[in-house]
Design a protein around this ligand. Sequence first.
Ligand code: GLN
Length: 493
Amino acid sequence: MSNLTDLTIAGARDALRAGETTAVALTEAHLDAVAASGALNAFVHHTPEIARAQAEAADARIARGDAPDMCGIPIGVKDLFCTKGVASQAGSAILDGFKPEYESTITDQLFRDGAVMLGKLNMDEFAMGSSNETSTYGDVVNPWRAGNSDAALTPGGSSGGSAAAVAARLCLGALGTDTGGSIRQPAAFTGITGIKPTYGRCSRWGVVAFASSLDQAGPMTRSVRDAAIFLRAMSGHDPKDSTSADLAVPDFEAMLTGDIKGQTIGIPREYRMEGMPEEIETLWTEGTEMLRDAGAEIRDISLPHTKYALPAYYVIAPAEASSNLARYDGVRFGHRAALDQGDGITEMYEKTRAEGFGPEVQRRVMVGTYVLSAGFYDAYYNRARRVRTLIKKDFEDAFAAGVDAILTPATPSSAFELGANFTPIQMYLNDVFTVTVNLAGLPGVAVPAGLDRRGLPMGLQLIGKPWDEGGLLNVASVIEARAGFVARPDKWW
Ligand code: GLN
């Protein structure tokens, strides 16, 4: 077979089962692509020995005829996942040299199914960022370029390495995580599909925590079908994560019927933002028409508390982060600062954290500590939690009134230039359409739906009812089929 790196996961699975290729051949083709992709800075730890051993085992299993869907599929893993014996640094200098003694539940499930790990993927430090510029490994470069310009663009963040790797065909799919949009925004910026599942669908055990009540892992892939296949393999109850749901995992792929007749799609008026580029507006209207054409009823809806979502998120997420990141103190993991004579434990903590954390992480820790401090707890943290309840209720009311899924833009713009030098607040505005979904714990998927006039991908977001990832992916498959997005980045790297 030619062009093994152009296959989808579904295509590779079928080709493996039909004996048209082998996991070893697929893996070697992707290892070559990864080795030649240094200019993208997507892969930051390479694991070719592991990949080759896993590929051989996968071929043996495929030959026996009992291979699960992900068997022999080469994937990339965001650096936020703990992988046994393999560097897992969450994009941070404070975890320099950290190689976990354990495997995250999600990677463990994937490896049991026979998936092949090519290496670890770059990301914003501790998943804080929207441009992959806060990483200790340096920026990730988007494989897409605008028009004739060779200016380096952001792949989005925080799962920027995962998005770039999938779009550039370095792997068939990648693991991402999403606390406020970190799967969906980079997916939209790179023309791929990314789903954040319902909170509790996938285990968080062994995934470095950012904001525990918002974090969910999910797949990033080149098709909706691939997202369905990959998500099923990641999902399921885990007794080691008390927030993981004890629910059966449906066959999401089997739910991709393409039939959405009679379903009601909500269009929330609050997502029509002032200053949004016309092209994004147009894309949203086109997406609406695609769903109407496919037989869905389109209904204008209101989610009145939307405008408070971003401020609430940027109180709750830093609050949880400041607590979660307290464990990086130079004692247990990774980096410890060199000490001067007379330094005590306090100096050791202070110097280690000052050296190990980058500016964005330090900002979040300070904001989080402030909003949780005795004098301000009610004014900020408790108020944000009340707002969160109202945002969740907005969605519940819409679903109770018969809405099956909600269509919005995925991002307020397409990919911007690296080094654009946004203020923190400007950067936070990237998440305006995505954070509501994490605050409400709902599933959300970004699907590529068109190109802007510079030739850059733009994505639409669908938001679903709790545990309805299958139905949501089915609606996404209708957009995918009708938008017919086939563009791919020209190879320059
Ligand atoms: N960009 C958002 C932030 O910086 C979301 C990040 C994420 O989803 N991990 O917090």
